[in-house]
Ligand binder design. Sequence first.
Ligand code: DGP
Length: 116
Amino acid sequence: MSDCIFCKLANGEIPTEFLYEDENVVAFRDAHPLAPVHVLVVPKAHHENILDSVPAQTLASVAKAIESVVDATGIRESGFRVVTNTGSDGGQSVMHLHFHILGGKQLNPTCGEKEL
Ligand code: DGP
């Protein structure tokens, strides 16, 4: 989508440092980090959210990206959270599917309140 900020970031139109990249996804740091480690895994293709016909290969790349990022940032052992906010009640603000990886501190134990 031409006016989508995450399309531009994921496809290099707006330069940013990638912590992971393969043919389907990229990972880059969140501009407004809520934890010492706050990285977004973002598909290169535009999908509005997790229900938007996401190919299995893309989901496999998301899993690979998560493992690569948690190893690169040193949070495999200490633990982390993966979140994909979806729609209005889910608190989604960028309408391009993305997965937050949060770690590097003790996170709030509840997922019910808005943390992202
Ligand atoms: P969500 O509320 O789940 O849609 O999260 C969107 C996240 O995207 C939010 O934590 C801030 C981040 N974000 C928004 N614009 C940019 C940007 O231009 N660059 C980066 N790196 N992150 C962004």
